[in-house]
Design a protein around this ligand. Sequence first.
Ligand code: CAA
Length: 297
Amino acid sequence: MAEIQTIAVIGAGTMGRGIAYAAAVGGYRTILEDVAASVLEQALDWIAQSLEEAVARGKLTAEQKQQALARITTARAVEDACRTADLVIEAVPEDMELKIEIFTLLDRFARPGAIFASNTSSLSITEMAAVTCRPERCVGMHFFNPVPKMRLLEIVRALETSDATIAACVEVGRRMGKEVVIVRESPGFITSRINALIGNEAFRMLEEGIASARDIDTACKLGLNHPMGPFELVDLVGLDVRLSILEYLHKTLGERFRPSPLLVQYVKAGRLGRKAGRGVYDYRDTATETARKAESG
Ligand code: CAA
């Protein structure tokens, strides 16, 4: 298999921009695609800030930062982004219909030898691969939020993924500075399956009045050495994202993944996490405070 030199990332949301950061730092020509110009603009700002933070922390030199920035270009359509790519990583929302639409376009417009990866956190890569003429070149590459700080890359082998495709993606992960694990396709892979269960159990405990959200978080951080409590984490990931993973795992793996009614209610109320200003915790005061400070210079 030819060496991977150019990576296209489809979708410039939280995960897409993080993956583009890792690709550029890993030395790849990187094309970041999104249909919305404003999202691309915010993504480039975020990448520049993250590179700056990496320099401040001594992870990159100022020269490496400049080189990484120079490797990134943008595109506004999947057809344009994928044409010259050796590897395309899609990071669009967790909706199978949308992913199938993207894989269909990729198969039509990308080079015959290009590999297609999905950053899905639980859905079937085999189902996406089935709409292409190259199922042996389709694979899962599951990154974690925040991508620059998280060391894992979970590589998912779908029904027909070839050994050569896995080897090429392992090498990409290594150059991005990630530790790689390989998992056979199964709903939720390793990480989402375990994480969904922990997060759901935390909501059940809250619902049962066993302890406050703060105390459940503190217990997990100080008693189990988790870097964040389950509620801090779900506010970062998004309650809607967590709920959709749980619904899929409930459908595919059974009763033990039935979403907690309290989580369902929070999502109905629009309490989706940090991105909405309110999830399990309330961030609205912090946002107002940040805005006030910015205004007063
Ligand atoms: N580039 C490179 N490295 C960077 C960096 C950057 N821009 N910014 C920070 N780092 C490095 C730091 O130098 C530090 O490295 P060392 O340990 O070598 O010093 C490391 O990243 C951690 O940085 P911080 O000190 O800022 O981080 P922290 O200690 O406050 O931890 C955290 C922050 C990593 C987010 C931690 O709280 C954590 O691990 N939380 C859990 C996050 C998690 O579980 N994410 C997965 C969510 S699930 C998901 O994403 C998938 C899904 O399917 C939904």
